[in-house]
Design a protein around this ligand. Structure first.
Ligand SMILES: [Zn+2]
Length: 203
């Protein structure tokens, strides 16, 4: 369950339109899963993905970082702020791991598996492998960034990947939703509706 946090919901610093609508769905979905991981975007103040950290830059500008192009965002999900907290409606008490990401001030981290340099691992692959997990289901925010990158990396790590599409919401910056759809198609990431889950009997 990717980044279901206040700043990504309406009223938050980097609101994903209708982001809060994922909350009841992910709550219900999670009841079908024994192994649940929550990810939490968790930046230090002054994180270099924030436009405010770069003189003369605005949110949604793209700059060159040592690891490649970086889209700049409004300040969001700063450690220990209300915006970084999970949405208050999120009720997944049996989640076994809360994986925080974006802690390095100099590298953004969309994916649950790798930071945006795509080489610094978060350790999630090892966590899942040691628990014998071979298939990953993804839901949450935002479809075209953190869910997308997580799905792509999960494929790269050899997991079967399913995105529960109606339990995600997107931002759609510079055609990012369309790019996400073509990437998922190319990688054969399965996209399903939440209603399909109870019959899938996920591990
Ligand atoms: Zn972030």
């Amino acid at each position: 369950m990717v980044d279901v946090q206040n700043d990504f919901c309406p009223g938050g610093a980097l609101a994903v339109p209708h982001g809060d609508e994922t909350v009841p769905l992910v709550n219900r979905l999670s009841e079908n899963f024994r192994n649940v991981v929550l990810t939490q975007d968790w930046h230090p103040a002054g994180h270099l993905s924030f436009a405010s950290a770069h003189a003369g830059r605005s949110p949604y500008d793209t700059i060159a970082m040592p690891y490649g192009p970086q889209l700049l965002w409004p300040d969001h999900c700063v450690q220990n702020t209300a915006g970084a907290a999970f949405h208050s409606g999120l009720q997944i008490p049996h989640a076994g791991l809360i994986l925080r990401k974006g802690l390095d001030r100099t590298i953004d981290s969309y994916s649950a598996f790798y930071e945006n340099d795509r080489t610094t691992a978060t350790g999630l692959t090892g966590y899942l492998r040691e628990r014998g997990i071979t298939r990953v289901f993804l839901a949450g925010l935002a479809l075209d960034f953190c869910v997308r990158y997580s799905a792509e990396d999960a494929v790269r790590e050899g997991f079967a990947v399913v995105v529960i599409e109606d339990a995600c919401r997107g931002i759609d910056v510079q055609g990012s939703i369309a790019a996400t759809r073509s990437s998922f198609a190319a990688l054969r990431v399965a996209c399903i509706a939440a209603a399909a889950i109870s019959v899938t009997r996920a591990a």
